[in-house]
Design a protein around this ligand. Structure first.
Ligand SMILES: Cc1ncc(COP(=O)(O)O)c(C=O)c1O
Length: 421
């Protein structure tokens, strides 16, 4: 399948789906529908193969003078190169860790070492707690944490409030690229600009954005950006981009045995080598989607960008179908952007409530019919509180990925229409 520069090819959904064995599962005789992507996506067969192959033929610790250890060193270097293409940065600016939360705590502790009383940090009301609590913990060191509000009508950030809270005393602005609860894509370019104008660093949580949109840390000019590969079709790992000068300047908590080399000084203990092998296969899967749909791409980076074009076009169609279908159901409350002209400001993740049913009841009903959705606050605690749903079970989250289909969306809508009667 090919495309010209202007026309984006239609996603070859059969080709995509045949790569994900998990999609063939059934529940009570019905095909499973994975609408739990913001909690974690499914993985292509090649990712599983890479993990198994590593354990079968290269399993060792690093830095040894023998084959399996050298293989391991090479796999880690390959994973760094793959993520450098994914982020558009240098390989020594890529830091691996257990998950995004652990990496964020490591960086908040290091940043805390240089804070003075009266310094301010800015978080938002829209974000997952992993980009909130690691900064709030720094109040112990005398820092003051401010919270940028949202516009509750469409769950977008109140940029007026945010810009008023970025001041000369602000040391860091921590913000999500996209909201895991309601799908809002934030204007991170503008937020980085505001922060830098005030002399503050920026820490971007790209966990929810990464499966849906391309990341270019050079263009964004952020200081730090963290994501998790299990949200973009890979294994359970956290990955962080840090600007080289920041990675050199800040002082990590580390062992004496760990060198001062970049990025090693930020990677504590032994890494998850098998998952790093899987991560290489994950990035190559995404790049192969690009190559499959656009024969003109040359580099892996270009192929990754081409993949996101087809992901976004496909997800946009599903979003239109899903949201217009949901809005026609009586008794349903919809949280987030619902105006189609604004859909480039959202991911295919939506949150709803239905009159007379708790989110858990909805998720259970759907789950029994093989449709996997999430209920609760999904750790977007500030948001659930701000929307007044924290005490009553949160919301039902329907989170799509590029491997979902129009038929699956229709099945969900049929079930919800039935429940609304
Ligand atoms: C937006 C967002 N940020 C951060 C996290 C935390 O990621 P991890 O599980 O890798 O610590 C999640 C996980 O759900 C998330 O959705």
């Amino acid at each position: 399948m090919s495309s010209s520069a202007k026309d984006v090819a239609t996603l070859d959904i059969a080709w995509v789906r045949q790569q994900f064995p998990a999609l063939n599962q059934t529940v009570n005789g019905q095909p499973a529908v994975f609408f739990d992507a913001p909690g974690g996506t499914q993985v292509p067969q090649r990712v599983m193969d890479a993990i198994v192959n590593y354990l079968a033929s290269s399993n060792a610790n690093t830095g040894g003078a023998f084959l399996t250890s050298r293989n391991t060193d090479q796999i880690i270097a390959n994973a760094r190169a793959a993520m450098a293409d994914f982020f558009n940065c240098a390989a020594d600016e890529v830091v691996f860790g257990a998950n995004m939360t652990t990496l964020t705590f490591a960086f908040s502790r290091a940043i805390g070492r240089e804070l003075k009383s009266g310094d301010e940090l800015l978080v938002t009301c829209l974000d997952h707690d992993a980009n909130v609590s690691p900064w709030v913990c720094l109040e112990e060191r005398g820092a003051k944490v401010r919270t940028a509000d949202i516009k509750p009508g469409d769950c977008t950030l109140d940029m007026f409030d945010l810009s008023a809270k970025v001041r000369r005393s602000t040391r860091l602005v921590a913000v999500g690229w996209a909201a895991n609860a309601v799908g809002t894509i934030n204007d991170v370019n503008e937020i980085v600009r505001l922060a830098h104008d005030a002399g503050a660093m920026t820490f971007i949580d790209a966990v929810h954005y990464a499966p849906h949109g391309p990341i270019d840390v050079r263009a964004l000019d952020c200081d730090f950006l963290a994501c998790s590969s299990y949200k973009f079709f890979g294994p359970h790992l956290g990955i962080l981009f840090g600007k080289r000068e920041q990675l050199q300047r800040l002082r990590p908590y580390k062992l004496r045995a760990c060198t001062e080399k970049l990025p090693d000084r930020w990677e504590t203990g032994t890494q998850n080598h098998e998952c790093l092998a899987g991560l290489v296969a994950t990035v190559d899967y995404i790049a192969d989607v690009g190559r499959h749909h656009n024969s003109e791409v040359k580099t892996r980076r270009q192929a990754i960008l081409a993949a996101y074009e087809v992901f976004q076009q496909h997800e946009r169609e599903l979003t239109e179908q899903l949201i217009s279908g949901l809005l026609a159901i009586p008794g349903l409350t919809f949280y987030g952007i619902k105006d189609p002209s604004q859909f480039d400001r959202r991911t295919p993740t939506v949150a709803i409530r239905m009159e007379g049913r708790t989110p858990r009841e909805l998720a259970t009903h759907l789950g029994e019919r093989g449709i996997f959705t999430w209920d609760g606050n999904y750790y977007a605690i500030n948001l659930a509180e701000r929307l007044g749903v924290q005490e009553s079970g949160g919301m039902l989250r329907i989170g799509l990925a590029h491997y979902n289909t129009a038929e699956e969306v229709e099945r969900l809508l049929t079930e919800l229409r039935g429940l609304a009667k």
